[in-house]
Structure formats: structure tokens, C-alpha cells
Design a protein around this ligand. Structure first.
Ligand code: HEM
Ligand SMILES: CC(C)=CCC/C(C)=C/CC/C(C)=C/COP(=O)(O)OP(=O)(O)O
Length: 313
């Protein structure tokens, strides 16, 4: 198949197509975790600097999404889930996406460095590099552990937010990193269980394709178990409190219950109800991360109001 047959232009690119190139829905959670990292840090940030920093992190995240779509256009064309993306649908040219991704990456890194500090700018640059080069160009098509290692890219944003406020790294920001890092495998593999045929067709070595569904179910359970102590540990740090503790207990129990349910099912059972449990766990994973970071924000607010939010310390 030649490029000319694949790129069937279905019309001029509109503003919406360029926005779609930035993966806005996924990046919304990335930006939220960065915002929480920034707000819960012990050093207050001027609201204008904070707002600008979050904007530049969002632009950097979007730029990395555009570069990911530029590199992955060949496999996005094959998978039904991704066929309508701006490049495979012919709305935006691959070279345009590359130019936009590079320009916005450079812009966001420099501007974050200037608006906040060098540490935050450097962390953003490293995150973009990690997602685009380490995950997208290298790990994704090479190893079924792609998600585990590559997931680190999506886990850096709260550390970037923390660095905006403090100019550095701490136990708290590393734990926020670990929360997203441990969360990413069950988040993605639950989805991969009901997406198998697509990755298979595209030749991406996702765990579901290389090791099968039973191994994937085991991996989901293991990572959900490993994830549980991270949220609990956060509750007992200087940024924790009762909301984080409550959220960690309730959400981890629910996530563990979902992972256990998936683990106990056979492929026949999953097929019979259209992967209902797997779909539930995937949706729940989004709520989990949003609510865990939301709980940190609640504790920070309580602390700001002068409440003794950590009577156990
Ligand atoms: C290597 C790591 C990851 C992989 C492979 C992955 C994969 C996916 C896939 C395939 C979807 C399906 C929907 C779509 O195509 O947009 C999805 C949805 C989503 N992911 Fe992830 N994800 C990863 C990490 C993350 C991280 C770190 C975050 C945020 C902190 C995140 C947030 C989301 C959100 C918010 C959605 C729902 C988007 C919607 O509403 O359409 N993901 N993810
Ligand atoms: C601030 C900053 C630079 C943030 C980057 C955040 C980041 C790396 C998020 C990961 C999100 C994501 C959609 C991974 C999907 O993998 P995929 O690309 O394999 O998914 P696809 O199959 O949907 O393209």
C-alpha cells in the first residue's frame, strides 16, 4: 500500500484537528496531577506564575502527544481505535504534526524554565524526551514491558508541579510519581484485555498479545497490590492527611476488588459478558487517580485553613 492510497484527505484541517493532535482528554489527568503537585508543595507560588506553569506543562504534554502521533501514524492507521486521529484520517500532515510537536516542546520547556525555574523546565524536557523517544520510539514496539517502564513519563508531571514550587525533588514528590507509575500498568492492561485484536494487528508487543490474557490478569493484580501502599504512605507524609488516608483505603480496596474479579475470570467468562468487569476496572482507574490526587488537594486545603490534619504525627 502506498502513502497516496492511505492518505485520503477528508477535508481541510480545522482547529479541532490540531487540538486532537495534543491528546487533550488524556492530558487533562496529566495536567491535573501536575496542578496538585504544584498546589500541595510547601512553598507558595504566585498565582500568575502557577497559572503560567500549568499552561506550559499542558502545552508540553500536548506537544509530546503530537510527536507520539507523528511517530505512530503507521500503527494508528491500522487500529480501529486510532484510525480517526488527525494524521491517519488525512486531516493533518505528518510533517505538520512533527513541526508543531517540536515547536511546542521547545516553547513550553523554555517558557517553563523562565516562568518557574530551571529544575521544572529540565524535568518537563526530560518527560517529553521519555515519552517520545524512550517509550514511543523504543519501548512500545520492542517489549511487552513497554507500559511499565514507559509509564514513568506520565508519572513525572506531579514532580514537575512540585519543582515549580520548590525548585527541587522530595520524598513527597517521589511518592506522587510512584502513585501514577504503579497505577499505569493496571490502567492500561485492563483496557488492553478488551483491545487485543487491535494491538495484534498493529504488531505492537502488548502483554495481552505476547503473553496472553491470563498473564495480563496476573500482572494487573500484582501492580494493583504494589500500588496500594503508595497511597497509604502518602497519607503519612507532610502533604497527607485524613482525606488522603480515607481515599487510599477506600479506593485501594475497590481497585483490589476489581483486579481480583478480573484475575478470577476466565476468557470465556469475560467474552460472555463483553468484558464488563475489565471495562469497569479501566473506567475506575481514571476515577482512582483523579480522586487520589483530589484527596491530596483536600488535605492541602484543610491545612491552609489551619486545621490539624495529621493528628497521628
Ligand atoms: C504508557 C502509559 C499509558 C498508556 C499505554 C495508556 C493508554 C491509554 C489508552 C489506549 C486509552 C484509551 C483511550 C484513548 O485512546 O484516548 C487511555 C485513556 C486514558 N488515559 Fe491512559 N495510558 C497511559 C498512561 C496514562 C497516564 C499517565 C494518564 C494520566 C495521568 C492517563 C490518562 C488517561 C485518561 C484520562 C484516559 C481517558 C481518555 C478519554 O476519556 O478518552 N493515561 N489510556
Ligand atoms: C507533561 C508531559 C510531557 C506529559 C506526558 C504525559 C504522558 C507521557 C502521558 C502518557 C499518556 C498516554 C496516552 C500514553 C498512551 O500510550 P500510547 O501513546 O501508546 O497510546 P495510543 O495507543 O493511544 O497512542
Amino acid at each position: 500500500m502506498t502513502d497516496t492510497t492511505v492518505i485520503s484527505t477528508e477535508g481541510e484541517a480545522g482547529f479541532g484537528d490540531y487540538v486532537a493532535l495534543l491528546k487533550p482528554r488524556v492530558m487533562s489527568l496529566v495536567v491535573f496531577t501536575a496542578l496538585v503537585g504544584l498546589l500541595v508543595a510547601p512553598v507558595p507560588v504566585h498565582p500568575v506564575v502557577g497559572f503560567a506553569a500549568i499552561l506550559f506543562i499542558a502545552i508540553g504534554g500536548g506537544a509530546s502527544g503530537a510527536l507520539n502521533m507523528w511517530w505512530d501514524a503507521d500503527i494508528d492507521r491500522i487500529m480501529t481505535r486510532t484510525q480517526k486521529r488527525p494524521i491517519p484520517s488525512g486531516k493533518v500532515g505528518a510533517d505538520e504534526a512533527l513541526a508543531l510537536g517540536l515547536a511546542l516542546s521547545g516553547f513550553s520547556v523554555v517558557m517553563l524554565g523562565l516562568a518557574a525555574n530551571v529544575a521544572a523546565g529540565a524535568l518537563l524536557a526530560f518527560t517529553i524526551f521519555f515519552y517520545v523517544v524512550i517509550y514511543t520510539m523504543w519501548l512500545k514496539r520492542w517489549t511487552p514491558q513497554n507500559i511499565v517502564i514507559g509509564g514513568a513519563a506520565g508519572a513525572f508531571p506531579p514532580m514537575i508541579g512540585w519543582a515549580v514550587s520548590t525548585g527541587g525533588i522530595s520524598v513527597e514528590s517521589v511518592l506522587m510519581f510512584l502513585l501514577t507509575f504503579m497505577w499505569t500498568p493496571p490502567h492500561f492492561w485492563a483496557l488492553a484485555l478488551f483491545m487485543k485484536s487491535d494491538y495484534n494487528a498493529a504488531g505492537v508487543p502488548m502483554l495481552t498479545v505476547t503473553h496472553g490474557h491470563d498473564a495480563t490478569r496476573r500482572h494487573i493484580l500484582v501492580y494493583t497490590v504494589l500500588l496500594a501502599p503508595v497511597g497509604l504512605a502518602l497519607a503519612f507524609t507532610s502533604i497527607g492527611g485524613p482525606a488522603t488516608l480515607l481515599a487510599a483505603v477506600v479506593l485501594n480496596l475497590m481497585f483490589l476488588h476489581g483486579a481480583w474479579t478480573i484475575f478470577r475470570r476466565s476468557t470465556e467468562q469475560a467474552l460472555a459478558d463483553g468484558y464488563a468487569a475489565e471495562k469497569r476496572v479501566f473506567r475506575f482507574s481514571l476515577l482512582y487517580l483523579f480522586a487520589m490526587f483530589g484527596a491530596l488537594l483536600v488535605d492541602a486545603t484543610l491545612r491552609g485553613l489551619g486545621w490539624d490534619v495529621m493528628p497521628w504525627l
